[in-house]
Design a binder for this molecule. Structure first.
Ligand SMILES: [Zn+2]
Length: 324
């Protein structure tokens, strides 16, 4: 019996060949146009890097320097919690040689795509460079961590180190350049961290309550000794209900909070409703400004960089909470 079957497979290679052809076709589908399943460098020989949120794009450009061509999928004002990969995004990902995303369930609707990309190229969730002991639990999803790690500059320095390590492993010939670039950028982030520390202490401790629409500021709160409150939860996927808004109005009235904040990537209606409600109860409160929570500002503006975004947020929050 066995002998017969063996005979048949060796003597008629036809089905085997069809299987190989099918496999090749599948690989082509998965890997776009490159037959080996490996995406190639761009025309200038630069490594094709694809990133998700602008903050990661900025790190990849700073560390990769002249050796990389970085394409960020999510621009100013884009909400990563709700973002779905478009057809052209999928093509960019297929042509990428390395993919950097935040992970920790930030880009919740792209998880499947990243899983697929991980089969053919380094696909790195940079947020996982924050050790588990230093991650915050998601107040919304029991099985996930809070993904908004960039809000504490100390965490973001770990991400710089992670991206440096990944680029160096991929392209060891230029490891010394990646190291030098990372060191220079880390020095800027260290300076930023010291500046943030000096700014936050100008707000009296009892006034350090940051109220925003969605819960993106827990790492900021932990890193810089603030309390935070957001009616909308950690992902913008959920909507704030009437009860959430009423609870927030109670809080700002009780704590005599002078300002609350809108976010560039979240519609302002919830925050506006809180301001209206608090005013109706005779409490003097205003919108203290717009913060960059999950997206940076426009390209070419100071807030279109990670450092500029953090400086803007800290300046806006501290001056509004001091009552200026
Ligand atoms: Zn968020």
């Amino acid at each position: 019996m066995n002998h017969k079957i063996e005979n048949r497979t060796t003597k008629s290679p036809f089905p085997h060949r069809i299987a190989l052809l099918l496999l090749a076709a599948l690989l082509l589908l998965v890997a776009g146009c490159s037959p080996a399943g490996q995406a190639a460098a761009n025309a200038d020989g630069k490594i094709r890097v694809v990133t998700t949120i602008g903050m990661i794009t900025d790190v990849a450009r700073n560390v990769g320097g002249e050796h990389v061509e970085v394409t960020g999928l999510m621009g100013a004002g884009v909400d990563p919690h709700l973002y779905k990969a478009t057809e052209s995004d999928v093509n960019r990902l297929l042509n990428a040689q390395i993919v950097f995303y935040n992970g920790l369930f930030l880009e919740a609707r792209m998880e499947d795509v990243f899983e697929q990309m991980a089969e053919s190229k380094p696909t790195v969730a940079v947020g996982e460079s924050v050790p588990v002991a230093d991650r915050l639990a998601s107040p919304q999803y029991a099985e996930h961590f809070d993904p908004h790690i960039w809000m504490d500059v100390k965490n973001w320095m770990r991400v710089v180190e992670k991206i440096r390590a990944e680029l160096s492993a991929f392209d060891p010939d230029n490891a010394a350049d990646y190291q030098a670039n990372a060191d220079a950028y880390l020095a800027q982030l260290q300076e930023l961290e010291e500046w943030v520390q000096a700014q936050v202490v100008t707000v009296p401790t009892e006034q350090r309550l940051l109220v925003t629409a969605h819960d993106a500021f827990h790492y900021f709160a932990k890193g810089y000794d603030f309390a935070v409150f957001a009616p909308q939860g950690i992902s913008t996927e959920s909507e704030a209900g009437v009860d959430d808004i009423r609870r927030t109005i109670d809080l700002v009235v009780e704590r005599d909070i002078p300002a609350i904040f809108v976010e560039s990537s979240v519609p302002p209606d919830v925050v506006e409703a809180i301001v209206e409600g608090a005013k109706a109860r005779g409490h003097d409160i205003r919108i203290g400004g717009s913060l960059f929570s999950d997206a940076m500002g426009e390209d070419g503006t100071p807030e279109g960089t990670y450092i500029g975004m953090i400086r803007h947020n800290v300046q806006t929050v501290t001056s509004a909470l001091r009552g200026e």
